[in-house]
Design a protein around this ligand. Sequence first.
Ligand SMILES: [Zn+2]
Length: 210
Amino acid sequence: MNVFNVAKAAVSAKDVAAFCGININRNNMCLCPFHNDKHPSMKIDKRYFCFACGAKGDAIDFVSAYFGLGLKDAAIKICDDFNLSYDSSYHHPPQNIKPKKSDEQIFTEASDYCFKVLSDYLHLLKEWKIEYAPKDESEEWHPYFCEALNGISHVEYLLDILLYGGVSDRVFLIQDYGKKVIDIERRINEHTARRKANDKRFSRMHGECR
Ligand SMILES: [Zn+2]
């Protein structure tokens, strides 16, 4: 097999990013090395896609962009780094062993991801609307209650577009909201972790009382 096929078959974008010392969280998100990223904006697995700057590709594209190498040199570097042997006399153009993900597939994955996070967020906002509702007229409104009032119909509208919108509407939505959706996911995770910690504390207190 030639160097391209060997590198592509054996190594994912996630593997090479980890090899470069990039931290990848359990949601397969990492800081994008191709723009000045403060919160993980890049989804990475077999291929990678950055919601903020749009960088995307496979393991060879990643190494090529990260080290400023041509595609062939990037593939050779991968084979060297991962101790893969290849046929260097083979000069055919690169052929894919597994069908490469098309831009459309990458887009569908991004769209599914946005939909999942926004659905979770809508669910949370509906909880907040009840849980943090002011008990009487004099009580100041809790920020979560305000967020729920402002957010619910807007998030429902975004979910409608993701479900029923045309391709161009969905592309615009993902470009506009991709970064925000990642922030929302982070907040949901933080909120869930906080709630779990509180529940634990509560059940401990409850246990002590008995
Ligand atoms: Zn980026």
